[in-house]
Design a protein around this ligand. Structure first.
Ligand SMILES: *Cc1c(COP(=O)(O)O)cnc(C)c1O
Length: 307
């Protein structure tokens, strides 16, 4: 499988113009930031690995991308989660696709037992144990840098073409892995007098959590993105009418489908900071996740009916 450069598109939203890096279009099966994060495992040979093991939510984007990777590589894929029987009976979105790719879904409580027995730090990093590849929740590990470095290179080339000497970038964070390695690799660009500033917003917890994640991956603070606060506290995965509405507005005004978990919080944050964010050209990184929208849309429709 080859990942081609993803395109950049100019859009207008709420009468402001900016650019979108369409990483959702990287590849039909393997796209978004999870494709960048797992790129290292895609392109290198691991003759000893027979199985990949990870854990997280039952609708995780990382879970789906790992199922694609495992299928391509001929690895078994075991995924531990808090199992909701009702959801499992009628799987949709990421879960349905991952099960179709052969994922074995297991009860997280069994994993917890195993961890207590063996190693508390089992999932602190990506690692290979005998013939098993261990992947932390959300793919947060140092190996993710390899693919994100390529994303940074594509962005630098594009900025050079456009002759943008200064560029603001924005992407919403979960583990913060993508934002961090993007800032680091843009800052280390050999092109002098280019200034790239990455802005992000924490979606799964608060600023302090995200900062901790950054330090886990990179001790030099000079490479950390700038963290903005969301206009209000949103609980991750919870449904908010205003988030669905901004997602619908985005689709209507730009023609682009964004993800429903992270991007609406991202754009809410952009709107409250538009003035300074667009003082330089602004590039929003679309991190994919569209397979997960299927289950989110179903939940939104059940909760709010037609909006
Ligand atoms: C996983 C994901 C994120 C968060 O990425 P991190 O590297 O964990 O910060 C953001 N947006 C989408 C669509 C994702 O799938």
């Amino acid at each position: 499988m080859i990942l081609k450069n993803s395109p950049v598109q100019k859009i207008t939203f709420k009468n402001k113009s900016f650019y979108v890096k369409r990483d959702d279009l990287l590849h039909i099966d393997f796209s978004g930031n999870k494709a960048r994060k797992f790129y290292y495992f895609l392109i290198n040979e691991f003759p000893d690995i027979k199985r990949v093991v990870s854990y997280g939510s039952m609708q995780s984007n990382a879970m789906y991308s790992l199922s694609v990777l495992a299928k391509l590589k001929g690895w078994e894929f075991e995924y531990f989660s808090r199992i909701n029987e009702k959801v499992l009976k009628n799987p949709n979105g990421n879960l349905k696709a991952a099960l179709e790719n052969g994922m074995k879904l297991k009860d997280i409580r069994d994993l917890e037992l195993e961890i207590v027995k063996s190693d508390k730090n089992l999932f602190s990093n990506c690692k290979i144990l005998d013939d098993i590849l261990i992947i932390p929740e959300g793919g947060r590990c140092k190996e993710a840098e390899e693919g994100i470095k390529i994303l940074a290179t594509e962005i630098i080339e594009w900025a050079k073409e456009k002759n943008f000497k200064k560029l603001n970038l924005f992407l919403p964070s979960g583990t913060g892995t993508t934002a961090l390695f993007l800032q680091k690799n843009l800052s280390q660009s050999p092109t002098f007098n280019f200034q790239f500033q990455v802005y992000t917003v924490p979606c799964v917890a608060d600023k302090a959590y995200l900062k901790k994640q950054f330090f886990f991956l990179e001790s030099n603070e000079k490479f950390h993105p700038t963290i903005l606060n969301p206009p209000k506290k949103y609980r991750f995965g919870k449904l908010y009418k205003e988030l669905y509405e901004i997602w619908l507005d985005l689709k209507k005004e730009t023609g682009i489908e964004f993800d429903l978990l992270y991007d609406p919080i991202g754009f809410k944050t952009i709107l409250t900071n538009f003035q300074f964010l667009i003082s330089n050209p602004l590039l929003y990184v679309h991190q994919g996740g569209l397979k997960g929208n299927e289950s989110m849309i179903a939940r939104y429709k059940t909760k709010f009916g037609k909006i």
